[in-house]
Design a protein around this ligand. Structure first.
Ligand code: NJP
Length: 249
């Protein structure tokens, strides 16, 4: 059976790896909706995935803007409207600062992207899933949502909000065949740190000093595995981090 998988933040890192992994696991028999702000990156990824047999729709989308989310869903081609799997992956941390020093605009950007955008995407997709009484929702949270750390107060707060929201909707959907899953990565080598430090590669490279981070594929493998369990099985929460990071979690 051919599934339609919608992934936010598919232009890089974990989102891109999840797209590749879904295509590989389905042997190309899959439809993907890939969304992010960088349309050029999505176009290149789409070109590659189509060579593996996938059908792909790409869309420029800034999830921090609810009006853009509405426009994005309204513009989905008919073949891509029944979303079987939603992966809410778009997200970011900005800066490592004590709470009093974090700029208002960074607080807003983290909450509007990591929380409000994720909520709006989930609300919209849930409606169709309820009508069809099936679907998988995968929230990309963080170990930061379970254990807060100094310098990450706002980011940690956004990810614990994701966790609370996700736990509640899992209970709300208990009598349906919609599965609600969350994956909470530890350190994964992507552009995440580069974004966090405003493009400063020297600061970003110091983040992983002392241990080997996961690859984006390590996370993608778990997401695709969880989604391919039989319908009666839900892997509700997967916490996945490098072995050497255990002390900080
Ligand atoms: O980061 P990165 P990751 N609207 O920077 C997109 C969580 N996580 O893959 O819009 C739409 O390589 C951006 O695309 P673009 C983390 O919190 C990570 O590591 O084109 N999309 C890009 O595709 C996040 O939720 C680590 O710039 C937006 C993607 O998001 C998820 O994993 C640890 C957007 C980010 O790719 C993926 O992060 C952890 C917007 N407004 C949790 N803003 C880690 N890497 O260590 C950004 O615990 N994107």
């Amino acid at each position: 059976e051919q599934k339609t998988v919608l992934i936010t933040g598919a232009s890089a890192g974990i989102g891109e790896a999840i797209a590749r992994e879904f295509v590989e696991a389905a042997g190309g028999n899959i439809r993907l909706v890939l969304a992010a702000r960088r349309a050029d990156r999505l176009a290149e990824l789409s070109r590659q995935l189509k060579q593996s047999g996938a059908q792909v729709h790409t869309a420029e989308l800034d999830v921090s803007d609810r009006a853009k989310i509405n426009a994005f869903f309204a513009a989905l081609p008919p073949d891509y409207r029944n979303i079987d799997v939603l992966v809410n992956n778009a997200g970011k941390a900005l800066g490592v600062e004590h709470a009093g020093n974090i700029r208002d605009e960074d607080v807003e950007e983290m909450f509007s992207t990591n929380v409000i955008g994720l909520i709006k995407m989930t609300q919209t997709v849930i409606r169709g899933m309820k009508e069809r009484n099936s679907g998988d929702i995968v929230q990309v949270g963080s170990i930061a949502g379970i254990e807060s750390y100094p310098g990450g107060s706002i980011y940690c707060a956004t990810k614990s909000a994701v966790r609370s929201f996700t736990q509640a909707i899992r209970k709300e959907l208990i009598s349906t065949r919609i599965r609600v899953m969350e994956i909470d990565p530890g350190a994964v080598e992507t552009e995440f740190s580069l974004v966090r430090f405003g493009g400063d590669a020297t600061k970003a490279s110091k983040v992983y000093e002392g241990y080997e981070p996961l690859s984006a594929k390590d996370i993608a493998d778990v997401v695709v595995f969880n989604c391919s369990r039989r319908a009666n099985v839900v892997v509700a929460e997967s916490v996945v981090f490098p072995t050497a990071q255990a002390g900080s979690y």
